[in-house]
Design a protein around this ligand. Structure first.
Ligand code: OFO
Length: 176
């Protein structure tokens, strides 16, 4: 059975994943309002991934014989508070770095408690965070190269439009 402390830590992370989904949704609304439909799509796919992370963690707590706890989900910044797509993706990177810290803390706790199953579970997220941060950094770098060139921004936007949602946990019935 999952310990009380790990149940609390992962429940808090379920909440944080739902906050991430909410944050990406607010960002997607900014992009759609700016007619950057490719970026809006990319951020929307991210919203769905974050929901999947939250549900996956919720199910893990139950699978380990514990019960998740629920709390208020923090409001994201208003969509209108973003000043550009670069501003959005810089906020993505700051956010994902914070998530990485949270995930690392859970991994450390699982290690301390000698909960090998939980450690193995959370390592998927440790690796996922490497990708999350790298994606954000890559888009930031390209947005910086684009600068004020509207044509190049639209080309990058068309590329972001090609991102498709793929269920990261295809065997999880709750996510089908
Ligand atoms: Fe769930 O990975 Fe982003 O926040």
């Amino acid at each position: 059975m999952l310990s009380e402390s790990l149940t609390k830590a992962i429940s808090e992370q379920v909440n944080a994943e739902y906050y991430s989904a909410y944050l990406y949704q607010a960002m997607s609304a900014y992009a759609e309002d700016a007619s950057l439909m490719g970026a809006a799509n990319w951020l929307w796919v991210q919203t769905r991934e974050e929901m999947a992370h939250g549900i996956h963690m919720y199910q893990y707590i139950l699978d380990r014989g514990a019960i998740p706890s629920f709390d208020t989900i923090q409001a994201p910044p208003a969509s209108t508070s973003f000043s550009s797509l670069l501003d959005v993706f810089e906020a993505v990177l700051v956010h994902e770095r914070e998530v990485t810290e949270r995930i690392n803390k859970i991994a450390t706790l699982a290690m301390k408690e000698n909960d090998h199953a939980c450690y193995h579970f959370i390592m998927w997220y440790v690796n996922e965070q490497v990708e999350e941060e790298s994606n954000a950094r890559n888009i930031i770098d390209r947005l910086k190269l684009v600068g004020n060139n509207a044509g190049q921004l639209l080309t990058l936007d068309s590329e972001l439009a090609t991102r498709l949602y793929v269920n990261p946990f295809p065997t999880d019935v709750k996510l089908m």
